[in-house]
Design a protein around this ligand. Structure first.
Ligand SMILES: Cc1ncc(COP(=O)(O)O)c(C=O)c1O
Length: 347
């Protein structure tokens, strides 16, 4: 059944409830949705806090943990909106290099000897923007360091379930034995971004604090969206939708990797096994602004790669970092776009 049909069912049967306020006072989300999300993540409902999209979850967790002047570590590159959120809460965001198999944990260990952040923000699976996935041993090392130095690991996982080949390493939350990890999830990439359902997985005390904070800002996440999500999860739409996305994306990913290798050479940052992005460090003779303007003139609109790097970090000397989202394009269209970039790179 489609989301549209399930929405009609909600409107037919739950309209009195979903057009009212959610209960006030420690509200952490629709109880049934919390139960379903907990079951999905093999955890307890008391550990789930529902938000209007995961970006709001990030903002609330940042408001809770970050005080002005605190240091936050993030992968370099990372999701630029997350950096902006931490900065708005007064943090100094420091980039730790990202390698093709995840965060450079050796460099992290060196940094920790002189400076310990309040939290480290990571997107360990099919990272936005790089497409990189952190390998299992780096995940364990990160958690060892977090326990030894006493900082929180904030794990953002919107793409985790979009795996097209290979086997997933355990999530940081699954590996966590010392309560250092707060996980953030989202239904945006696996069900619908328009529903605006995100969530935090953390200990019940954190959930209660976030509920108090949320109530003071926006009262509650939207009851209508939550009720629709409940129906979707009850009908197993999450699983069937992810399966559909996999069928659609697997050939797109293969074609994207092939197109980059054939036309741009060995410039891939990593060969992802899922997600939305392949990325390159492209050697160019011009600056970023000139290259992006030329790409635009050639009909290829690209995001400014340097914007994903926290202050003081940058892609390797002489290269541009380009994020090449393959998810919304037919393989032929993507390949043609890479061809146009190849012509520019050869300048
Ligand atoms: C890493 C990351 N976190 C959070 C978000 C925001 O997702 P949501 O739609 O759940 O707010 C995105 C969206 O692209 C993302 O890439």
């Amino acid at each position: 059944m489609s989301i549209a049909r399930l929405t009609e069912q909600v409107l037919d049967t739950e309209r009195d409830r979903v057009f009212q306020y959610a209960p006030i006072g420690g509200y952490a989300g629709d109880p049934e949705l919390r139960r379903q999300l907990a079951a999905h993540h093999a955890t307890e409902p008391e550990r789930i806090f529902v938000t209007n999209g995961s970006l709001q979850a990030l903002d609330l967790v940042a408001a809770h943990l970050v005080n002005p002047g605190d240091v936050v570590y993030a992968e370099a590159p990372t999701y630029d909106r997350a950096v902006q959120i931490f900065q708005r809460h007064g943090a100094r965001v420091v980039g730790v290099p990202l390698e093709s198999d995840g965060l450079d944990t050796a460099e992290l260990a060196r940094r920790l000897e002189s400076e310990v952040p309040v939290l480290l923000y990571t997107i360990p699976d099919f990272q936005n923007p790089s497409g990189v996935t952190m390998n299992g041993s780096k995940r364990r090392e990160l958690l060892r360091l977090a326990a030894a130095y006493g900082f929180t690991v904030l794990e953002d996982t919107p793409y985790r379930e979009l795996r097209y080949t290979g086997t997933a390493p355990a999530s940081l939350a699954e590996l966590d034995t010392s309560g250092q990890v707060i996980a953030i999830g989202s239904l945006s990439k696996v069900l619908s971004p328009g529903l605006r359902i995100g969530y935090v997985i953390g200990d019940p005390a954190l959930v209660r604090r976030l509920a108090d904070r949320a109530e003071g800002v926006y009262l509650s996440p939207a009851p209508l969206s939550q009720a629709i999500a409940v129906r979707c999860l009850a009908e197993d739409l999450l699983r069937s939708n992810v399966e559909r996305v996999r069928q659609l994306m697997a050939p797109r990913l293969d074609a994207a990797v092939e197109a980059v290798r054939a036309q741009l050479g060995e410039v891939l940052v990593a060969v992802p096994e899922g997600g939305y992005y392949v990325t390159v460090h492209l050697p160019v003779k011009t600056g970023e602004a000139t290259f992006l303007a030329a790409a635009r003139d050639a009909g290829v609109a690209l995001t400014r790669g340097s914007a994903f790097y926290p202050d003081g970090t940058a892609p390797p000397e002489g290269t541009l970092f380009l994020r090449l989202p393959f998810q919304a394009m037919e393989p032929a269209e993507f390949t043609a776009g890479i061809g146009r970039l190849a012509a520019l790179a050869a300048w």
